[in-house]
Design a protein around this ligand. Sequence first.
Ligand SMILES: [Zn+2]
Length: 56
Amino acid sequence: MTVPETILCVDCDGIAHLLTSWAADTPPEPGSVLSYLCASCWERFDLVWEDQIDDD
Ligand SMILES: [Zn+2]
């Protein structure tokens, strides 16, 4: 799994860029908090990175 480096801003549909960084040998795990900053409205978003859930 890889962490998305950009997401769509929920406020303005701009591009929000990943702020969180980590050491190369300690990648984030599901449950880690990732911070994104929108380049258009400068809103900051903190998301909990969830592993994909199987419904079955
Ligand atoms: Zn925005």
